[in-house]
Write a protein that binds this ligand. Structure first.
Ligand SMILES: [Zn+2]
Length: 59
């Protein structure tokens, strides 16, 4: 596979393959754009927001 683009996360500075560790986002016009944050940071951020926004959902 020659299509292994890499990028780095501005949040945790992790550097890795986009497809596996970042993922893509499809825009309305159908074009794909790599996520800027890695999957882990996005998940953490979502968790944080959920904790702040709505009360109680402990894991
Ligand atoms: Zn990250």
């Amino acid at each position: 596979m020659h299509y292994e683009e890499k990028t780095s996360c501005p949040h945790c500075h992790y550097h890795g393959p986009i497809q596996r560790d970042f993922g893509y986002r499809r825009r309305k016009d159908g074009s794909l754009h790599p996520q800027s944050w890695c999957r882990i940071c996005r998940r953490e951020e979502r968790k944080k927001r959920r904790l702040m926004g709505s009360p109680s959902r402990k894991y």
